[in-house]
Design a protein around this ligand. Structure first.
Ligand SMILES: Nc1ncnc2c1ncn2[C@@H]1O[C@H](COP(=O)(O)OP(=O)(O)OP(=O)(O)O)[C@@H](O)[C@H]1O
Length: 243
């Protein structure tokens, strides 16, 4: 049974199409890389999966639960989904709003009402995991782009989600930091998490051998391939190198 099942999902913005009749199944432990041209719908899909938006049409099932506008309108149900699916935004500035990194990472667990000792442990663990321990007393707003990405990821991990959604997590990072981020995501996958990331960095991402879900400019899924399948398709690979 798939963890995530999208059936005929479309999303319409006021003047433009965001997604056009998507069908997609994602299993627990998958590592998926969403690729495609600018504006093809990758961020829109991540927003729908996270429950920030609901599809204009179609059916979204998460862990056998239909995620509908009515479901998301219920604060408890919405919180349950947000606990299970964490989104690291492309623009981390919209995600970071606390006055210290430690408070930023503690924010989600505090919202859940966890005991302070448990919160403190999660903050320490998630900062360590994201190589951000030395940032704990810094002001998030003043961090570098790469540091902000690590702290945003730590703050999402602090909720211990089953599924991690990341919108262009490699953007603005040095090659070394990109590799560090991918290694971390692989570690999380090995720990049982499901990883779904949007990226343009085919060369870097290729090394972690994800499943590639490739969009076309018409906001549809053009191909859904394992890394091994993609390796047998030089034309598709050449196209991904141009994104
Ligand atoms: N808030 C919005 N209002 C109107 N149209 C939008 C909005 N957000 C996205 N769109 C449009 O929806 C389509 C899909 O956009 P989306 O951001 O999902 O693409 P993307 O694949 O993530 O692009 P990129 O690679 O540039 O990040 C595009 O045509 C875009 O212009």
């Amino acid at each position: 049974m798939a963890l995530i099942k999208l059936t005929n999902i479309s999303y319409d913005y006021p003047n433009t199409c965001g997604l056009d009749h998507l069908n997609l199944e994602i299993n627990t432990g998958d590592f998926i890389c969403l690729m495609g041209p600018n504006g093809s719908g990758k961020s829109t899909l991540l927003r729908i999966l996270s429950g920030l938006e609901t599809a204009s049409q179609g059916d979204y099932q998460f862990d056998d639960q239909a995620i509908t506008a009515a479901y998301l309108a219920d604060p408890q149900d919405r919180q349950r989904l947000h606990q299970q699916i964490g989104l690291v935004f492309q623009n981390t500035d919209v995600q970071l709003f606390n006055t210290s990194v430690a408070d930023e990472v503690a924010f989600g667990p505090r919202q859940l009402g966890l005991p302070e000792a448990e919160i403190a442990q999660r903050v320490t663990d998630c900062l360590e995991l994201t190589h951000s321990s030395e940032l704990r007393d810094r002001v998030p707003y003043q961090l570098s782009g790469g540091e902000k990405k690590r702290v945003a990821l730590a703050s999402v991990l602090a909720l211990n989600p089953t599924v991690l959604l990341l919108d262009e997590p490699l953007n603005g990072l040095t090659i070394a930091a990109q590799q560090q981020m991918l290694t971390l995501l692989q570690t999380l996958q090995a720990a049982g998490k499901t990883i779904i990331m949007a990226s343009h960095n085919f060369k870097q991402v290729q090394a972690v051998e994800p499943r590639f879900v490739i969009f076309n400019a018409d906001h549809q899924i053009q191909a859904d391939l394992t890394a091994a399948e993609l390796a047998t398709q030089p034309e598709q690979q050449a196209e991904l190198l141009t994104l």
